[in-house]
Design a protein. Structure first.
Length: 372
């Protein structure tokens, strides 16, 4: 490992220095090597450093143990990138608190492609699940990039929808890139590594911690042209992502819900803060940063897609349920009896059909086909 990389790794790991102080140091000294060689007086005089952090920098200069770790990363093929690298996400460069070093597995997001972050409740509703799957699958199939945090619930369904379309999705973790959390998402994690990207600012082997997730959320927001919150309770991590996005000047869309539903409370709060209600998925096409990129997005070649849908039970049941519909109104309960599909799954499928324009709900819980 050459000296340049050694000094870059070193400054990335000084305890409590953080992104903004690293940026201040880089602005004054110009390179990590010059920071390493600076004396105490020079460090203290840097904006935001002072005596405490200057001493921390001086004490961090024993590199023996760290060199062994960094050499192991090199041998293991760990991918990392620093903020002065050409491949570092362009969208991060507009904000002061972005990480100096990123770890990743797979292909980094393309700054020229339309990119949306989709976040929401872990314990989401069937409606939220159906909307998320449809949204992610539709736009990923058109060449949009889907960003989320690989949590259970809405995050997982966002990744699944993109993967199902054979599209690109990126998971931003609150742990090392080699730590799959939660473990129930192991299948999604492995698929994303193959066709998309896993990103983290935390070094390999780092276990998830509660304090890491708000920092993770700022990266999710920064990577996107717009943030979509599907469902969120009044106190939710998704609201942190949305608030950060609003602070960054990003467009935030929320899925409207019942005012009595706890899963709508966070979304209603965001509407009061200036977010936009997502009443039609095509609303996203009117978002200016997306609109500017949309004509350059490359739709997926259907013959080259992974098309998990064609082989799984969900598609079989989708077609079965759809065959039970006609121009005579039928309740969901009747459809579940006729199709033998479990109620919860049928509710998800019906919602998906409604979003695709294949089914109309002409009265509460009464459905008809829109065409044959």
């Amino acid at each position: 490992m050459d000296d340049t990389l050694i000094y870059k790794h070193w400054i990335s790991e000084i305890n409590d220095i953080g992104c903004s102080r690293i940026n201040a140091l880089m602005e004054r000294f110009g390179s990590p090597e010059k920071i390493y060689k600076a004396n105490l007086k020079e460090l203290k005089e840097t904006d935001g450093i002072g005596e405490v952090y200057a001493n921390a920098i001086i004490k961090s200069r024993n590199l023996d143990e760290k060199l062994r770790k960094w050499d192991k990363w090199e041998k293991d093929g760990v991918k990392y990138i620093f903020s002065d690298d050409d491949k570092y996400p362009e969208s991060f460069k507009a904000y002061a608190n972005m990480p100096f070093r990123l770890f990743y597995s797979g292909k980094l997001p393309d700054g020229k492609a339309p990119t949306i972050s989709v976040v929401g409740a872990r314990a989401c509703s069937s409606y939220g699940k159906a909307v998320t799957l449809t949204l992610a699958e539709r736009f990923a199939g058109e060449g949009w990039q889907i960003i989320s945090g690989m949590a259970t619930g809405i995050d997982a369904y966002a990744h699944m929808g993109a993967l199902r379309a054979g599209g690109y999705t990126c998971a931003v973790l609150g742990s090392g890139i080699d730590v799959c959390y939660p473990i129930v998402n192991r299948g999604i994690y492995n698929d994303i590594k193959e066709t998309g990207c896993i990103i983290s600012e935390y070094e390999p082997g780092e276990e998830p911690k509660r304090a890491y997730f708000p920092y993770r959320n700022r990266l999710i927001a920064a990577l996107s042209d717009a943030v979509i919150v599907i469902e969120a309770r009044k106190k939710s991590g998704s609201l942190i992502t949305a608030d950060i996005a609003l602070e960054q000047g990003k467009e935030v869309y929320v899925l409207p819900g019942r005012i009595t539903d706890p899963l709508s409370m966070g979304c209603i709060g965001l509407l009061n803060e200036g977010a936009t209600a997502l009443t039609d998925l095509n609303d996203l096409r009117e978002c200016f940063p997306i609109k500017r990129k949309i004509n350059k997005a490359v739709p997926l070649n259907k013959h080259n897609q992974k098309n998990v849908n064609n082989t799984n039970a969900l598609d079989t049941n989708y077609l079965l349920l759809y065959s039970c519909l006609d121009l005579s109104p039928k309740s969901l309960e009747r459809l579940t009896v006729e199709s033998s599909i479990p109620h919860d799954e049928a509710a998800v499928l019906i919602t998906r059909m409604k979003l695709e324009g294949k089914v109309d709900e002409i009265a509460h819980n009464l459905y008809v086909r829109t065409a044959f």
